[in-house]
Ligand binder design. Structure first.
Ligand SMILES: Nc1ncnc2c1ncn2[C@@H]1O[C@H](COP(=O)(O)OP(=O)(O)OP(=O)(O)O)[C@@H](O)[C@H]1O
Length: 227
């Protein structure tokens, strides 16, 4: 695999979550959530269905507002700084906002432009991302005819374009075959070796060396606060 991560657009720093709370649809999902991830570190989110793993990832990504608490980066409060969060974090969830008629390569090229990758670097970044997730042979294929695992690999390849220090990953191994799980592990290890951070919701073991685990079930609001 080519070097997937050689420099970050924003330098890695410690992520701090303090007393975080989130409500969805008028209902409390979690409250009083504390966590810390150091540069090079990984935090695995566990917990029953509906305990808020995806919600926490979306909240840190800036896609949902916090009902309470703070998010810090390198000790600076960035709870209300969505532009800072956008420079820091890349979110890999379900691939919903893709143009179905574009090819795999065109899609990655579009994302590279969207993420502000300088024009002169885009072709190289796209090629490295294709190679890292063995998408080279599929580069001319329209996204709409990709299988579930191929789509997942495309979504993961997106992480290698933006070079943001914090990867927010929602069930990244779902639909992947064994070889692709190995590629995912290699990409995550390389990201962390360069100082990158990972927050990952997963029901399976992702072989993240030295990762801490956070059980979202422990932060469920009391029943009288949940509604
Ligand atoms: N769009 C929404 N509007 C209102 N409530 C929502 C919405 N999406 C999710 N929720 C609620 O938020 C809570 C947390 O959901 P979330 O998807 O974060 O859980 P999860 O831990 O990721 O679950 P799973 O293990 O099933 O993926 C659930 O009670 C869910 O019903």
């Amino acid at each position: 695999m080519r070097s997937a991560v050689f420099s970050f657009q924003t330098p890695p720093a410690a992520l701090g979550l303090r007393g975080l709370a989130c409500r969805r649809g008028g209902r409390g999902v979690f409250a009083g959530l504390d966590a810390e991830v150091a540069p090079g570190g990984a935090l695995v989110l566990r917990g029953p269905n509906g305990s808020g793993k995806s919600t926490l990832l979306r909240l840190v990504a800036g896609l949902l507002p916090a009902a309470g608490g703070t998010i810090s980066w390198g000790g600076q409060d960035i709870t209300r700084h969505l532009d800072a969060r956008a420079r820091i974090a890349s979110y890999a969830g379900h691939l919903d906002a893709v143009k179905p008629v574009l090819t795999v390569e065109e899609t990655l090229g579009d994302w590279a432009a969207l993420f502000g990758v300088p024009r002169a670097l885009r072709a190289e970044r796209v090629a490295a991302a294709l190679e890292a997730f063995a998408l080279d042979g599929l580069s001319d294929m329209a996204v709409q005819i990709l299988s579930a695992g191929q789509r997942r690999r495309l979504g993961l390849a997106r992480l290698l374009l933006a070079r943001r220090p914090l990867w927010l990953m929602d069930e990244p191994s779902v639909a992947l075959d064994a070889a692709s799980v190995d590629r995912l592990a290699a990409a995550m290890a390389e990201h962390r070796a360069a100082g990158g951070l990972i927050l990952a919701a997963t029901h399976i073991d992702l072989a993240l060396d030295g990762a801490e685990t956070l059980d979202l079930g422990a932060f469920a609001p009391a029943p009288e606060e949940a509604w």
